[in-house]
Write a protein that binds this ligand. Structure first.
Ligand code: SER
Length: 548
């Protein structure tokens, strides 16, 4: 069976069982800044697990299905083996209170064994830990459906999520099938979203976040498309399927994988850069260039052709541009590396991403002084930050959770100030640290206590309303037409990034030119408080505020 047919059969299978087929969301997430890329099918649906009724309003049903484009770079060192990819498609079915464990498990079993005619090697269920009990219900359902199944208990690996700073999460049940080598391949993850975690997965694992039971059980499943195709087509690795060109060596596979990711990222709006998603993209392209001894154009064409009719892929010449840029310094940089490694020079003069230098050092059994590198880079960035301040708008000290929350509160504050003091209130500067936000704005007199109270109340009401923070990129002229807030005197590029804070009906409370990052929804901000309002110059006031 061809991969195109498998994709189609998956969606149709769930459509026939009452699911609405929805499009993949962008690989570059809209709103959720705590992840650089979309890593899971459920990501675009996070809010619906908390407010299931909205699914009816938005989709007309509580059950939906997608094929989601995903990027995960956490496994990058494993790319080149039989199953790991930096880009993959995730086949998913989701339910926001429409059905529970029995249906989710039965659908998965039927799809694999009847629709795809495959044999399941084994399945897993969660053994339980802390406040989360063992998932005996899933174990029993599996045993009931197929008494001959090998059903295994598993630990932390089968507790999923949350993605990003917080979100729904829960125990999972996984399905494994055997590839042509007889090796077990994990293909499907069926998540039972029963909890809301108020911190990241990292925090949860450290015991620094808590789980609260959700009102309604949510279903979130994800199946690795390339892995499923491997099994269906009776192959040993993802590269032997019709989604690839039978790449044999580790190097060939890394190149094919990285270029494929890069094309998808660029198609969805990412561009090579020194920070954030653009940096990941740059790293992937440069890593591919290092492993390749010929131009990447043929591979780019092959990949774009392979997905014709499914995805309209277009790398817009960006890979070739990046390739050329790096080719020019790669050889000299490698010579420099041989002479003795200064990762800072390699990064700033020869454009070697630090990860590449680490990899080279590793291959040669050499060590490098990361601490020294980080220190030098931090100083270097401080100098160049001023140059890009226009885009990032007034130094965000760092991108940790509190700073990000305060950044969103900052947008709410500016909009509230305009509501109370008038549209003439324009931002003159801002500064956000982990502890507090600071905004400078044009206004000619001291604010009264009533005005301050009113502003606080508005911000807090917007927090409570649970407004969505939405990220869009658009031409400068369009953003100006939209009336998005600009910082006075700042210069903006042709394509700008705009953040709006809006309700489910699209009523925008705030719209600003901004490079992010922001929280996904205002709900998580807590209580907003103004600490101080003072003059900093003639006609310029300053507010310091916190979230408690
Ligand atoms: N969210 C789960 C995963 O990414 C299942 O979709 O594996």
């Amino acid at each position: 069976m061809k991969s195109d047919e498998i994709r189609e059969r998956f969606l149709k299978f769930f459509e026939a069982r009452g699911h609405k087929i929805l499009p993949s969301s962008s690989l570059v997430p809209q709103g959720d800044i705590s992840v650089l890329f979309t890593t899971a099918g459920m990501q675009q649906f996070k809010p619906y697990y908390l407010a299931p009724d909205n699914a009816i309003k938005d989709f007309g049903t509580k059950n939906v299905t997608t094929v989601q484009k995903c990027v995960r770079t956490g496994d990058i060192d494993e790319v080149g083996d039989a199953t790991h990819l930096s880009f993959f498609e995730m086949l998913g079915n989701f339910s926001f209170g429409g059905y529970g464990r029995r249906e989710a498990i039965t659908y998965a079993y039927d799809f694999i064994t009847k629709e795809m005619n495959l044999k399941i090697s084994y399945v897993t269920y969660y053994k339980g830990e802390g406040v989360v009990p063992a998932d005996i219900e899933s174990k029993n359902i599996w045993a009931e459906i197929d008494p001959s199944l090998d059903i295994r208990e598993d630990g932390a690996d089968v507790f999923w999520g949350p993605t990003g700073l917080n979100g729904p999460c829960g125990p999972t049940s996984e399905i494994y099938c055997k590839n042509a080598d007889g090796a077990d391949v994990e293909i499907w993850n069926i998540v039972f979203n029963e909890y809301f975690c108020d911190g990241s997965r990292e925090k949860l694992d450290k015991g620094e976040a808590t789980l609260k039971k959700l009102d309604v059980l949510g279903i979130d499943t994800g199946m690795g498309m390339e892995r499923l195709v491997t099994i269906v087509q009776g192959k040993k690795t993802v590269y032997d399927t019709d989604l690839f060109d039978n790449e044999k060596t580790r190097e060939e596979r890394i190149i094919a994988d990285h270029v494929r990711s890069a094309i998808f990222m660029i198609t969805d709006g990412a561009r090579p850069a020194n920070t954030g998603a653009g940096y990941v993209l740059r790293r992937l392209i440069r890593r591919a260039v290092r492993f390749s001894n010929q131009p990447l154009d043929k591979i780019i064409n092959d990949i774009q052709n392979k997905y014709k009719g499914i995805y309209n892929l277009d790398d817009k010449g960006e890979i070739a541009k990046e390739e050329k840029k790096f080719q020019e310094t790669l050889e000299k940089g490698l010579k420099e590396f041989e002479k003795g490694i200064d990762p800072f020079i390699l990064a700033t003069t020869y454009g070697f991403p630090i990860e590449l230098t680490l990899e080279l050092a590793n291959e040669k059994g050499k060590t490098i002084d990361l601490e020294d590198f980080n220190k030098k880079m931090a100083e270097h960035q401080k100098l160049s930050q001023t140059a890009s301040a226009g885009m990032f708008k007034g130094g965000l000290a760092n991108h940790n959770e509190n700073t990000i929350k305060l950044h969103t509160a900052h947008h709410l504050l500016l909009a509230a100030l305009q509501e109370v003091l008038g549209k003439s209130v324009k931002q003159r500067g801002s500064n956000i640290t982990e502890e507090r936000l600071r905004i400078d704005f044009m206004f000619e007199r001291k604010m009264t206590d009533e005005e301050k109270k009113k502003v606080e109340d508005i911000v807090n009401s917007k927090i409570e309303a649970g407004l969505d923070v939405i990220h869009r990129e658009m031409p400068l002229a369009e953003a100006e037409k939209l009336g998005a807030e600009m910082e006075f005197g700042a210069k903006y590029p042709e394509i700008v990034s705009v953040y709006t804070i809006e309700d489910k009906n699209g009523n925008q409370f705030s719209k600003e030119f901004c490079g992010g990052p922001h929280v996904e929804n205002t709900k998580i901000l807590g209580q907003f408080k103004i600490q101080k309002e003072e003059a900093v110059a003639q006609g310029v006031r300053r507010i310091k505020a916190i979230l408690v």
